[in-house]
Design a binder for this molecule. Sequence first.
Ligand code: HAM
Length: 433
Amino acid sequence: MAKYQAPKGTFDILPRSISPIAWQSSSIWSNVEEVLKRLCHHYGIEELRLPVFENTELFQKGTGESSDVVQKEMYTFTDKGKRSQTLRPEGTPGSLRALIESGAFNSFSMQKIFYLGPMFRYERPQMGRYRQFNQFGVEILGPRSPWLDAECICLGSDILKALGLSKFKLLINTLASQECRQGYKKLLQEYFGDHLSVLSEDSQRRLTTNPLRILDSKDAGDQSLIAQAPKLRDHLDSSSSEFFEGVLEYLKELNISYSIDDKLVRGFDYYCDTVFEWQVESIGAQSAIGGGGRYGKLLSDMGGPTLEGVGFAMGMERLIQATLACNQQLEQTPRIEALFVAIGKECAKKLFTLAHEARSCGLCIETWPLHDPKKLKNALSYGDKIGAKSVIILGENELSNNQATYRHMQGGEEKKVSLQELSSFLKSQSEKN
Ligand code: HAM
């Protein structure tokens, strides 16, 4: 066992050649990130890079005091200046803080951003659930329009399709306006209050703090009560109902299939109106691959203009695990064109410059840094291991003839190539296959 190990709930993303677990290989992460960035570009969404820690108050006020994340899961510490800081558990409050602080709304009344990076939550780790995990998130700040909710959902669905994930479920619900939800919360408190003794401990606690969250309780005992509970959709005011219908109409225009799920309430205090989640079965218990919704007042509560926001985030680990489960082809790293091996000190110096020249021509070149003739066998077996297509060997005889030996790894055939033409020769080989 290694002397030092990664902390519980964390993992390394390793070079493909040494990663024993496919989803932890850095090349697949880069490929998926490229797809995400390309699609964001198509939607006119620009990248925002944020600090990984913020003042604790930002999450207490932004994510919300009654959320599980703030109550139980934050990595909070006091820094040497005696400030309370928190490793970001999610990207929404930080994004809004950055946009307001940068004066983004002084000249534009709409902002569309995405972010990619690590988030931290003190959760019980299991497959698909980590303490340090990565999110790809999108936030759109602008006027209150169902168009933007539909556009977010459409982007998320496009992403899943681009990664070859065809079997996903989109769940959608409305949490209505704050005023409308207030009345509904009272109804829920009355209903669940009448069955208090049967409710799980967690749900009893939520009855006063956030009765809506009882609806997504996983407790078996709570389930039958939840099935009979009053539904928010039966108590919508006309503006909330119209808005939700508007979102669904846009989705229908694009034939995006969805299921309305009255129990989908999501975990943060800032949501109102539309909430949604994508689920896939291929990743086991943690089937929620991403989710989001509309937040009506968060921007103005944080000191920004009276615009609304809508956004979502996807868990990169779950996204990659699901992608690999149905599309093994995604991992395409450029093959190493040649391993350069020198025998003798003079040859090493010459080959060092030749390797640089070949790389400048856009070729993918590996080098063997020793020039001991007795180690040639080791060099060749290294070339085999890293999957190099060929080996270039430069020994003293070759150098005096101004040539190198080219050996094709698979067929084993060899030929001499002039040093002046080495890069162009390798280039032509790379274009052949
Ligand atoms: P969330 O549902 O908490 O939403 O997280 C979004 C996604 O992050 C989840 O669907 C899941 O894939 C992934 N995720 C969450 N926790 C973990 C974990 N412990 N380990 C691995 N993956 C995890 C948000 O964070 C909101 N900020 C989304 C949003 C943006 N809403 C509006 N704008």
